[in-house]
Design a protein around this ligand. Structure first.
Ligand code: TMO
Length: 308
């Protein structure tokens, strides 16, 4: 009797320990990332696994994920996070959990009517010629409305001699406010945008075509149109969108680990997830529920990895 109960008790206590410790999911400050996080959390919830959410800036999430303060990140974007991600996976601080099917782009973007005000767009050289049209004061430089995420835009402006300056917004949502205001008055505007995002389903517009991205553009000044400066190129087109985890995730919950591995969203699925909030004004939780209702077959197939 003794010999059978002891291992059983050990198993039970291990079980209660791991099931009472929540899986901590990082949430960032743009919509799709938060909704996808809640989809993942709801799926774990349906298996009785507790989940909590840790709001974090991109720049602060890496430490949390390396130290097990947070365990899961659903959206790592190549255009904004490539360097940190590569460094931290190379030294084993975080774990690469594979790519989504979606292909991404993050760059300068404008609504289509701007082409009539600045002929030659989307070629970046057109932007350079008509920089002054994007100024917001007499004789000023053109204004690029940047997101609250760190990007080397100032370096690019210098390297490509664009005659612009960045004006970063405080919250991601402020980008859409700026767009809406400019759009209704048909004012020149160029701002940070990305794909997949809900914006492409409501506004016609394009990304500015800068010289094609190459890794050397960011490491070798002699590369590209300006031999003296780095960053004389655009961000990657068709970039990856990746999942990441604290390296101890599997020991915490194999379901949480396997599920994260197998989850893969398409561009349309991500744009949809964002539209529930940014267009339909749902909460992130409700948007996750709405998404799951519409895509039942998709997520139930993923969740099969948790059946054993
Ligand atoms: C990381 N983001 C999607 C806001 O470019």
């Amino acid at each position: 009797m003794k010999y059978t109960i002891l291992p059983l008790l050990a198993m039970l206590s291990a079980f209660t320990w791991s099931s009472s410790k929540p899986i901590v999911v990082v949430t960032n400050n743009w919509t799709s990332q938060i909704v996808l996080s809640h989809v993942y959390g709801a799926m774990l919830g349906s298996k009785g696994i507790p989940v909590s959410y840790l709001p974090s800036k991109v720049s602060e999430q890496w430490g949390a994920l390396s130290h097990g303060v947070a365990h899961v990140q659903l959206e790592v974007w190549e255009g904004t996070m490539n360097q940190a991600f590569n460094r931290l996976t190379a030294n084993g601080s975080i774990q690469n959990m594979g790519d989504h099917e979606a292909k991404t782009r993050e760059d300068w973007w404008y609504p289509d009517y701007v082409e009539a005000l600045c002929p030659g767009l989307p070629d970046w050289r057109a932007l350079k010629r008509c920089a002054s049209k994007f100024a917001r004061k007499e004789g000023g430089k053109g204004i690029y409305v940047a997101g609250p995420w760190e990007k080397p835009d100032e370096a690019r402006i210098r390297a490509l001699e664009l005659g612009f300056q960045t004006q970063p917004v405080e919250n991601g949502d402020d980008l859409w406010f700026e767009l809406k205001v400019a759009y209704h008055k048909r004012l020149p505007i160029v701002l940070f945008n990305w794909s997949p995002n809900w914006v492409e389903s409501r506004y016609d517009g394009k990304f500015v075509e800068f010289p094609n991205y190459a890794e050397a553009c960011e490491t070798d000044a002699s590369w590209g149109v300006n031999p003296d400066f780095l960053y004389d190129c655009g961000n990657p087109k068709g970039g990856w969108l990746r999942k990441a985890a604290w390296p101890g995730l599997r020991s915490l919950s194999s379901c949480a680990f396997d599920l994260l591995k197998v989850m893969s969203f398409t561009n349309a699925q991500i744009a949809d997830a964002a539209a529930y909030v940014d267009v339909d004004r749902m909460s992130h939780q409700d948007a996750a529920q709405a998404w799951m209702k519409k895509n039942k077959i998709v997520w139930q197939a993923w969740l099969k990895v948790c059946e054993s």
